[in-house]
Design a protein around this ligand. Sequence first.
Ligand SMILES: Cc1cc2nc3c(=O)[nH]c(=O)nc-3n(C[C@H](O)[C@H](O)[C@H](O)COP(=O)(O)OP(=O)(O)OC[C@H]3O[C@@H](n4cnc5c(N)ncnc54)[C@H](O)[C@@H]3O)c2cc1C
Length: 451
Amino acid sequence: MRELETIVGFEHVRVPGAADLADATEWSGLRGRADAVVLPGSPEEVAAVVAWCYAQDVPITARGAGTGWAGGAVPDGGVVLGLERLHRVRRIDPAWWRMEVDAGVTTANVARRAREAGLYYPVDPGAAESSHIGGNLATNAGGPHALKYGVTRAWALGLEVVLAPGELVTLGGPVRKDVAGYDLVSLLVGSEGTLGIITGAWLRLVPAPEAASSLAVACESSRAAAAAMERALTCGVVPAALEFLDDGAVAAAAVGAPAEVPPGGVLLLADVDGDAVQVARDHDALREALEGGDGVLAVVEHPHRADREALWRWRDGIGLAVVAQHGGKLSEDLAVPTDRLAEAIEETRAIGARHGLQACSWGHAGDGNLHSTFLLDAANPIQRARADAAAQDLFALARRLGGTVSGEHGIGRLKDGQLRHQWAPAAVAAHEAIKRALDPKGLLNPGVKRP
Ligand SMILES: Cc1cc2nc3c(=O)[nH]c(=O)nc-3n(C[C@H](O)[C@H](O)[C@H](O)COP(=O)(O)OP(=O)(O)OC[C@H]3O[C@@H](n4cnc5c(N)ncnc54)[C@H](O)[C@@H]3O)c2cc1C
């Protein structure tokens, strides 16, 4: 610790506290261990810390805000390298639709600063007020509006990264197109701190949409919701978001719910955005496509800003409302081909029943991304064991439906070893070879994102 203090200053090295050793999966009992927390104040200090760790064979766990859902920021010894002091918006170029930020700027701040410049950063993972843009990049975070706008990777023009054994490099930058080398920006995005430490990023922005509007659609079953979704996606409109919540998820947050959902039913939320004329046209086209469909019980319109904002605040609170039911949950983030979504929702419930657990699901329907969830009392070891077994069935379900075990949260520690059941051996070998090439000593977040 004394040697690290000479790099970052005495007050920026400390003994780890409970909050440094867990992330949003803490309810699952996942808690790590670490020898020191180091908070560098500049990219150069990050490089010097990594160089010191690499020379001393000390593991390094990069930490953003610790809102991850996969245990990726949970350390396994060594140094927790927190990026929170790197929180500067370095520059914003409104005319050129781009922004350069430190890795520790929060997602909400990126969006706010873009909005103040008349621009839009559309990636909106649910913990945006806390999560760092560096964490979003490291997990390739998604969120409701990924349907129209894509996930974080689509918005990364360039990265400033510290690579082993402690080299600060810039990949890409303000340039909008660059195919000169292998796409190392995309490789680093989603690498969960296992290939390098992101210290800064150039982000692409777009002009802010002038208007937006939302619809809430109650359907009597997941099959009816799937049919409604198909109509929504074939009516000539590109929805900005298309979310679903089953009856269990809606019931958990009954206060403020935008529509009633019957037992076994599903709620769809659809968003459109653009210029005011287009939004009015798209809103009407979507409503017509959804109304009167078989099994559609109600279409509730939310055209006004205050209503929309209340709707999305309610939606953002679903995860916490579900946890509040029994004090804990096990939630996986499968993604399946969109035409298999109804099966995945029904199977989640059936898997829960088989293991004696109450189940519900919600998620980003337009992207086929489910948060398949089992409710449990985290302090009850029998329920925990059942939930772990149920999660294995969920992973098998994702594979059987031609999907993936993680649509947006990553492998982290919680899905250790799952990728090798999903990928061919040669693809797994390529994954491992990349890790060896960029982290020959295996010190960058050891034990995370292992295939
Ligand atoms: C209520 C709630 C709602 C959520 N909703 C969504 C959602 O809709 N979509 C979604 O995708 N996710 C969602 N998440 C998960 C989480 O917010 C995202 O994964 C987010 O991107 C994590 O950012 P963070 O700064 O908290 O990263 P952390 O949790 O601190 O770290 C996550 C991983 O990234 C690595 N890492 C962090 N910073 C860096 C860096 N600078 N360089 C290299 N590696 C780094 C860590 O080592 C770790 O492996 C939600 C979480 C919560 C609690």
